[in-house]
Design a protein around this ligand. Structure first.
Ligand code: PLP
Length: 361
């Protein structure tokens, strides 16, 4: 007899209610929506990578523990002695591993709002209850509110992005430390934008037994590879390792990442170029009376206008794609987020924005 099963009967209601993470088509667009590094790797390095690819034994499973890549990462990122590394297919996968591990009945995953949307989405995927604590109007941490939410909900895990996405700011490190000390669970400081921030919690790992640090290569120039890492004490990472699918980091990713990590100077030069372009864009925004910007330590800038959706659409018509955050959270009303691109891309964006603003004024 043919099955009459429908997704509605089989899948969890919270999954049926989700809308999938939307990635807009970007072919032929100036792509300033996803915090990618706009610069390709130098040709000589790409040729070296091509040589590695010719020899890669793709008929074999990759090294399940990625030993060689991990030791390159340890060196390149100066991971403190005594701390372990867990690798993820992007740091998104690491968020998922942590949420799965913590999802006891009634357990809470906490973050701030607005924050990286995957914290909340992955909580739903994994069946852990999500609590989002609003930031203040200037997007700083509301420490009193955080501390009372911690007392009330006793979260198993708190995710804090440092700098925060989509707002770009760094939270007060002293406030984060208060949160780490006050919470009964673990705190994951997500440093996806560390390359642009000039600061890190990495030296705090040894001081706080419940602190874990997450990094990714995505925003530094290797978004297409999908490699994220979690740094922390062996007692936490040993347990999380059990949930990591054995071959989550493919052979191409292992080989390419390791090769690029032999040339970290290239990535840091690109990060420096992005930081100086960020300063130029801030200077441009400062000349625009109808725009309010928020200080950013990341490779993107959040700004507020009068008619965000109209401006977003007008930019799109000029084949410039940024991110429209209007309607995603009350604090983000009329907010847009632009990723810092190449000097040419940024100039085109600024010119387009200027003329759009004068047209609709
Ligand atoms: C982009 C981003 C990530 C995800 O990075 P991947 O490693 O590409 O999965 C994680 N956290 C924050 C805050 C981000 O903005």
């Amino acid at each position: 007899m043919p099955s009459t099963a429908h997704p509605e009967q089989i899948f969890r209601p919270e999954i049926l209610q989700l809308s999938a993470y939307h990635v807009p088509p970007a072919t032929g667009m100036i792509k300033l929506d996803a915090m990618e590094n706009p610069y390709p790797l130098p040709l000589a390095l790409r040729e070296e990578i091509a040589g590695l690819m010719i020899q890669a034994p793709v008929n074999r499973y990759p090294d399940a523990s990625a030993t060689s890549l991990k030791s390159s990462l340890r060196q390149a990122l100066a991971i403190p002695d005594g701390m372990d590394i867990l690798l993820g297919n992007g740091s998104d996968e690491i968020i998922q591993i942590i949420a799965m591990a913590a999802a006891k009945p009634g357990a809470v995953l906490m973050s701030v709002e607005p924050a990286f949307v995957m914290f909340r989405m992955i909580a739903t995927f994994t069946g852990i209850r999500y609590v989002g604590v609003p930031l203040k109007k200037d997007f700083s941490l509301d420490l009193e509110l955080m501390l009372s939410a911690i007392t009330k909900h006793q979260p198993a895990v708190i995710f804090l992005a440092y700098p925060n996405n989509p707002t770009g700011n760094l939270f007060d490190p002293e406030a984060i430390k208060r949160i780490i000390s006050a919470t009964p669970g673990i705190v994951v400081v997500d440093e996806a934008y560390q390359a642009f921030a000039d600061t890190s919690f990495i030296d705090e790992l040894s001081k706080y037994p419940n602190l874990l640090l997450m990094r990714t290569l995505s925003k530094s120039g290797l978004a297409g590879l999908r490699l994220g890492l979690l740094i922390g004490r062996p007692e936490w990472l040993e347990q999380l390792e059990k949930l990591r699918l054995p071959y989550n980091i493919g052979i191409m990713t292992q080989l390419i990442a390791e090769k690029v990590l032999q040339h970290t100077a290239i990535l840091s030069e690109q990060a420096e170029a992005i930081k100086s372009e960020r300063a130029k864009m801030n200077a441009f925004f400062a000349t625009m009376k109808s725009i309010e910007t928020y200080p950013s330590k990341a490779n993107f800038i959040l700004f507020r206008v009068n008619k965000a959706s109209q401006i977003f659409q007008a930019l799109k018509q000029r084949r410039i794609l940024i991110k429209n955050l209007d309607g995603t959270h009350p604090l983000l009303e009329n907010c847009l987020r632009v990723t810092v691109g190449t000097p040419e891309e940024n100039a085109q964006f600024c010119t387009a924005l200027q003329s759009i603003l004068s047209e609709i004024a």
